[in-house]
Design a protein around this ligand. Structure first.
Ligand SMILES: Cc1cc2nc3c(=O)[nH]c(=O)nc-3n(C[C@H](O)[C@H](O)[C@H](O)COP(=O)(O)OP(=O)(O)OC[C@H]3O[C@@H](n4cnc5c(N)ncnc54)[C@H](O)[C@@H]3O)c2cc1C
Length: 381
């Protein structure tokens, strides 16, 4: 077991950090909290993709860097440290590219992978529906065969990248008890989109997607018919490691902000960092961040080995995202009244952290999955 970064990882992370601090952070701060239009988001995503945001784990054949997933997680943590809003669109492209890599035909790969990996096109992953959340097996969006086409009808919700999306991997019911993935190219087969306002992360897009008689060639089916649920669960494994990294990036930023503030702010005759209860909060944050990181690195290592890693990924996702909720709250408390004002970043971080435990399986669902792995007893049906 080696806990040191390789020379390549050090180089990637250090140059990315410099770029984020010098270029992205000032531009993001100047932009403020509002929605980031597609052109601006695409420019940032493409710039960050050159540092690995989408390219790192994908094969050079499709324009990627051919690095490992661990390095991608490190890249993702750094971008989340600066802005989760900017990290998320590239992350979804990364997930979409991986799914197409694993399941798409050669024609689909040639047609779409280079653009997704370069950030020229945005992709969305559409599983959730108004009546379908934690129970992903209950998907209602229906694809009915009409000759060489699927005709798709339904509604998806909470879809990340929705407003930006050129492509949608739509999880559909293709027969009784049969769930499949179908790739929709928005230019060829349009769909309507409506943005959703949230407590935070309104810079990037979360949206409803309405599919009315959308005609898609049968050749756009990803993987075998009926393999959609199995492939979704497989995809969740590495996506959950990324969700854990969101938490780690946010919590690390909150801790750094809290340390800076605690050293500057004096009460009772000395910097508050010198008060033992403040020191306790900082030490606790640092330890939980490292614990989350170790859980996440272990999980991605197992995913990369090719073994099923449900339990490890669920542990990482639960711990990493919930840890960030606590760490950001502590960072707000260390800032006192200033912590709840827009002048200090911790306020935004705390709002962002609350969102993270929900997507890709809530904390409750992660716990059920972990227990099922340990007991062998089905928790869902
Ligand atoms: C910001 C954001 C981005 C998202 N991006 C995407 C995306 O890109 N694509 C996509 O398809 N979806 C996306 N989602 C949807 C997300 O995956 C769902 O919100 C999540 O799976 C929970 O589903 P739900 O909101 O319907 O809650 P529900 O499933 O209705 O759950 C409500 C509550 O009940 C609990 N619960 C449910 N079942 C059980 C059970 N068996 N035992 C105990 N407790 C249970 C849950 O833990 C939760 O606390 C996103 C969500 C958010 C907030």
């Amino acid at each position: 077991m080696n806990f040191s970064l390789s020379e390549e990882q050090k180089m990637v992370i250090e140059s990315l950090r410099r770029f984020l601090d010098a270029e992205i952070e000032p531009q993001f701060r100047a932009h403020g909290d509002g929605f980031i239009p597609r052109e601006k988001m695409q420019k940032w995503t493409q710039q960050l993709t050159e540092y690995g945001l989408i390219k790192a784990p994908h094969s050079e054949e499709w324009g990627g860097f051919g690095m490992d997933w661990l390095t991608h997680l490190m890249v993702f943590e750094e971008v989340a440290y600066t802005s989760l809003d900017i990290a998320i669109p590239g992350f979804i492209n990364c997930v979409g590219a991986e799914l197409i890599c694993q399941l798409g035909s050669d024609e689909i790969k040639r047609k779409y992978l280079p653009d997704i990996i370069s950030g020229d096109k945005f992709i969305s992953m559409g599983i959730s529906e108004p009546d379908v959340g934690s129970d992903v097996a209950a998907v209602n969006t229906r694809a009915v065969r009409d000759g060489d086409y699927w005709v798709i009808n339904g509604e998806k919700t909470w879809i990340t990248n929705g407003e930006y999306s050129d492509l949608l991997v739509c999880t559909c019911k293709t027969g009784e008890g049969q769930i499949s993935h179908i790739l929709i190219d928005r230019e060829e087969h349009g769909y309507d989109v409506s943005g959703i306002k949230k407590i935070a992360l309104n810079g990037q897009s979360t949206a409803q997607i309405f599919l009315a008689d959308v005609r898609v060639p049968v050749s756009n089916t990803l993987g075998e018919l009926g393999s959609g649920l199995r492939n979704t669960l497989k995809m969740f494994e590495f996506a959950r490691c990324h969700m854990a990294m969101w938490g780690i990036g946010i919590a690390r930023r909150a801790m750094d902000e809290a340390i800076g503030y605690a050293k500057d702010r004096s009460q009772h005759g000395k910097p508050i960092a010198g008060h033992q209860l403040i020191a306790d909060k900082i030490a606790t944050m640092a330890t939980h961040i490292d614990a989350a990181r170790l859980l996440t690195y272990r999980a991605i290592d197992k995913v990369q080995s090719g073994a099923r890693a449900d339990k490890e990924c669920s542990m990482a996702k639960w711990y990493g995202t919930e840890m960030a909720v606590t760490a950001t709250r502590d960072a707000v408390e260390i800032h006192g009244g200033n912590g709840v004002t827009r002048e200090f970043i911790v306020e935004r971080l705390a709002r962002e952290a609350i969102i993270n435990p929900i997507p890709d399986g809530t904390t409750e669902i992660q716990k059920l999955l972990i227990a099922r792995c340990l007991t062998g007893v089905q928790a869902f049906r």
